[in-house]
Design a protein around this ligand. Sequence first.
Ligand code: SAH
Ligand code: SF4
Ligand code: F3S
Length: 440
Amino acid sequence: MTTPKKLFIKTYGCQMNVYDSERMAEALGASGYVTTDTPETADMILLNTCHIREKAAEKVYSELGRLKGLKSANPDLKIGVAGCVAQAEGAEILRRQPLVDLVVGPQSYHRLPEMEARARSGEKALDTDFPEEDKFDRLGGRPKASRGPTAFLTVQEGCDKFCAFCVVPYTRGAEVSRPAARILDEARELVDRGVRELTLLGQNVNAYHGAGPDGTWGLARLIRELAKIDGLDRLRYTTSHPNDMEDDLIAAHGDCPELMPYLHLPVQSGSDRILKAMNRKHTAEQYLRLIERIRAARPDILLSGDFIVGFPGETDADFEDTLALVRAVGYGQCYSFKYSPRPGTPAAERDQVDEDVKSDRLARLQALLNAQQEEAQRAMVGRTVGVLFEKPGRMPGQVVGKSDHLQAVHVEAGTDWLGRIAPVEIIAAAPNSLAGRLAT
Ligand code: SAH
Ligand code: SF4
Ligand code: F3S
């Protein structure tokens, strides 16, 4: 038997990259690779990259610089760049960093085994096509080991929305939904391997419109059918666009018990002027009305969002509108960023806001969001919520899991609880985690 080659993958960016990294490991499994956690022992290192902000993209080049030593210690080591930087920069990466052997865009992962063989024979391998065939169709296929109780499942990829700041429509391509039957099969297989919670992924997941056995299915129908799978107890989905929150999806939040009470629904800004300049195609008021309808369906839902400060043209008054929207919604947890001009996107060409102004606004917004998060965490104390235990805690005798509302919860309990869901009474709150006791 030949000894397997070792593959180390470092993943940046969004959850879809996490999912794709698993698929790449499976695809290269067919070429005799097993994964390793130590880059020093690897025969192949893949960086699965993110291009969303300048900082994210620059990280890739500094990481590649750090890999120089490993490559001189082991000349057989192959280094590959995958993900959205690979898609956006392509051959430029090979020029800028000669130690890279392989560059593969997100739509070409099914071609990795053949690319790896080319790299092994000493060629540079580059593939950033948007091929006709479905990459998921050709990935995987070998027997798979059991796994932890939570998993991601990509149901939709790409985006047609073209927000003026965003690279995703360029790096991930046009919006494509996977056929429902294939998603249901993958979900059943994951459940057989021990998964109890699935997070459905898509850059625009609630725009899902996949082929079903009786016509096109929307996300709500897909969720209702997935919920019927025995042993699949929890469903989540991310990331959604406000304009695609259809009535039946809102209704599912009220009547589908498997659909967890947490929703990431980015709005980016609270100013109508800026929303328009961002090409978001809705107003702040429409977003607030939508939140009201979602809360009417599921009153205890925990809301999350994304914000950009310092978008070109944002005035103090626009920024105050964002703070006002945040106050009106009351989020449980949010992500916020300084606007970062991305090459090739419309907003990159416009007059930019000063860096100091951006920093100041970000600090003010984050202070408000942090206060809301702490409030949401404190509000859990005394409540009993479902927790799916995922891993041992930092302290001996502790296990950690996620609440229905996606908050981390640690509990004094044995590791026999891992993979199980139990009611937990929350007894203490910290900004990023909760403590509880089993209420069974
Ligand atoms: N598909 C998701 C967003 C993907 S990007 C959606 O539509 O919501 C994740 C977040 O990064 C965005 O919601 C936005 O807040 C932020 N982001 C995207 N482009 C950015 C840029 N150029 N500068 C700063 N933040 C950006
Ligand atoms: Fe980017 Fe999301 Fe806008 Fe699509 S909807 S362009 S992924 S921010
Ligand atoms: Fe980043 Fe690409 Fe995801 S740019 S956020 S890795 S879709």
